[in-house]
Design a protein around this ligand. Structure first.
Ligand SMILES: Nc1ncnc2c1ncn2[C@@H]1O[C@H](COP(=O)(O)OP(=O)(O)OP(=O)(O)O)[C@@H](O)[C@H]1O
Length: 230
């Protein structure tokens, strides 16, 4: 499903080039639930952004669901992100002026889905995350956990096979965090979705099949299945 070969990422800084990721190999199979852990600044979000085609590596190759991201132009990368990947962020990133239903419909509308089909899909997505009664509410009227579940429904709208989640429980209390993790686990177990989740939370990471540990831009454990696992 995901293959990174000798991937590096450099950023320009005032002091010159800064290497955020050293040459890393990572293999993730279809249907795996992966947790990426490591200290602050170790490169976890950078890695997730590269896998999701939000940014390009400085060197090395990245293949996701049969697509070599290095070979895509800007337009193709946008299409890749919209159709192949569902993104979930720590701060939900819902649009505050839009209702829950409108937020979930965003990518469907961008892909010119016919209105009737869009409406029924939005209802079914909200049923999946147990929020069909909130469709006309605005994000600010929902709890953090409910907002994150809306964000997950939105991420699922285009039926991606891969969910990339950056600290999805980082802003949530234990109960809401647990609900979100259960939802991700269910999508993984029942729908065989591949999930890659960055987390600082050991309890959250326990839901995963494998933990990839990063330190100073380097994968130090779990990059390839069968290597040392935590
Ligand atoms: N766009 C950018 N420009 C310059 N430096 C960047 C950029 N994005 C990330 N970095 C640097 O790359 C390193 C890795 O950042 P990254 O956000 O991937 O870490 P992280 O492990 O996700 O951290 P945290 O757990 O605190 O979110 C950091 O030193 C960060 O300052």
């Amino acid at each position: 499903m995901i293959k990174l070969e000798k991937v590096t990422k450099e950023f320009a800084s005032e002091a010159g080039k800064f290497t955020a990721l050293k040459p890393n190999d990572i293999h993730i199979r279809k249907g795996e639930f992966i947790a990426i852990m490591g200290p602050s600044g170790s490169g976890k979000s950078t890695l997730l952004q590269l896998i999701g085609g939000l940014d390009l590596p400085s060197s090395g190759s990245i293949t996701v669901d049969g697509v070599k991201l290095n070979d895509l132009n800007e337009k193709e990368r946008t299409l890749f992100r919209r159709t192949k990947v569902g993104f979930v962020f720590q701060n939900y990133q819902l649009l505050p002026m839009m209702t829950v239903a409108e937020n979930v419909a965003l990518s469907l509308a961008a892909n010119k889905t016919p209105k009737a089909e869009m409406n029924s899909r939005v209802i079914s997505l909200l049923q999946d995350v147990n929020l069909e009664d909130k469709q006309r509410n605005f994000p600010s009227q929902l709890s953090g956990g409910q907002q994150q579940r809306v964000a997950i429904a939105r991420a699922l709208a285009m039926k991606p096979r891969l969910i990339l989640a950056d600290e999805p429980t980082g802003n949530l209390d234990r109960k809401n965090g647990e609900d979100v993790l259960q939802l991700l686990s269910r999508l993984n177990k029942e729908e065989q979705m591949t999930i890659v989740m960055v987390t600082h939370d050991r309890q959250a990471a326990k839901k995963a099949d494998r933990i990839i540990l990063i330190r100073d831009g380097e994968v130090v454990q779990g990059g390839v299945e069968g290597e040392d696992l935590l």
